[in-house]
Design a protein around this ligand. Structure first.
Ligand code: PBG
Length: 329
């Protein structure tokens, strides 16, 4: 490459048409996955104070929102249930009940808007009285007992019509176990999106407010199963195992603080690789925007481009609907 003054990097940046022509990445509605919170009842709508612009919705209102998502062309939604604390127990047994809130939400969504993909978390934390993702005995999260519960949870969700099962629990060996379990029940078409590299992150705080697992969890943490934020190589080993166990898609979570991990995972495995812009990332941007400290639209779009540049094929973002509206405008 010739040096300055033969080379002038500003030449290509002079005009809008030229900047558009040399643009390497762009966000499309096809890149968006919309995470949503569902509650019991009808016509129920609860704003979440720590997530400006995000609400918990009853199934009827969630279906209405899904119709708008479908009209905008959003490919998929990820649905999280907010369970009444009275219904939670030690082992999160409600997770395996085919009539639970998440299964009813999935059925309603797939009936009303079959063209939108539905993704469900597989992990026990919305259902356990202690807020951990697994079965706890004597203060320990039991790997194999948890896998059994996750297989049962996957079955009821898949039978309700869930398109993509997304294990977010970080137990060892769960992707392979869930795959065999689903296959054995004639559910071999159900996709698996593994939360393959999921870190023990403080950025999940507002999500735990939203689903009510924060109060359940108390001072406890998830560091015996979620990854240490200090580690990058370990994420590659995690992803490698899940790929070998049959994951169809992999995810890195959180997103922006882990762009290096997204890049390495995509480079190494060439798998469909998703980023989760988690609740705390969303809240940082939208909270600052609400106070007038940041331009919310601009920083949200810039953060989406950072995911694209890092190699993400899609992004789970609470701003999906807003972004899709703006992309369409
Ligand atoms: C449950 C789960 C969590 C998130 C997605 N699935 C929280 C956690 O692991 O404690 C976090 C999502 C977000 O912060 O937006 N296992």
């Amino acid at each position: 490459m010739p040096q300055y003054p033969q080379t002038r990097m500003r030449r290509n940046r002079q005009t809008d048409w030229s900047r558009r022509l040399v643009r390497e990445n762009r966000l499309s509605v096809d890149d968006l996955i919309w995470p949503c919170f569902v509650i019991e009842g009808t016509k129920q709508y609860e704003p979440i104070p720590s997530m400006p612009g995000v609400q918990r919705k009853s199934i009827d209102l969630l279906v209405e929102a899904a119709k708008e998502a479908a009209d905008l062309g959003i490919p998929a939604m990820a649905v999280f249930p907010v369970i009444d604390p009275e219904l939670k127990d030690e082992d999160g047994s409600l997770a395996a009940d085919p009539d639970n809130l998440i299964c009813r939400a999935v059925q309603a969504l797939k009936t009303a808007v079959p063209e939108v993909g539905v993704i469900c978390d597989v992990a026990l934390d919305p259902f356990t009285s202690h807020g951990q993702d697994g079965i706890v005995r004597k203060g320990e999260i039991l790997n194999e007992a948890t896998i059994e519960a996750l297989c049962a949870q996957s079955t009821v969700q898949a039978q309700a019509g869930c398109d993509v099962i997304a294990p977010s629990d970080m137990m060892d060996g769960r992707v392979g176990a869930i795959r065999s379990h689903l296959d054995a029940q004639g559910l071999s078409e159900v996709q698996i999106l593994s939360y393959a590299a999921k870190y023990a992150s403080a950025f999940y705080g507002p999500f735990r407010d939203a689903v009510g697992s924060k109060s359940a969890l108390g001072a406890a943490d998830k560091r015996t199963y979620q990854q240490d934020p200090a580690n990058g190589d370990e994420a590659l080993r995690e992803v490698g195992l899940d790929v070998d166990e049959g994951a169809d898609m992999v995810m890195v979570k959180p997103g922006m603080p882990y762009l290096d991990v997204i890049w390495r995972v995509k480079e190494r495995y060439q798998m469909p690789t998703f980023a989760y812009q988690v609740s705390g990332e969303y809240s940082m941007l939208m909270g600052a925007a609400k106070r007038g400290w940041l331009d919310g639209d601009a920083v949200m779009m810039e953060s989406m481009l950072s995911f694209k540049r890092a190699g993400a094929d899609a992004v789970l973002t609470y701003a999906a609907l807003e972004l899709a509206r703006r992309l369409q405008a």
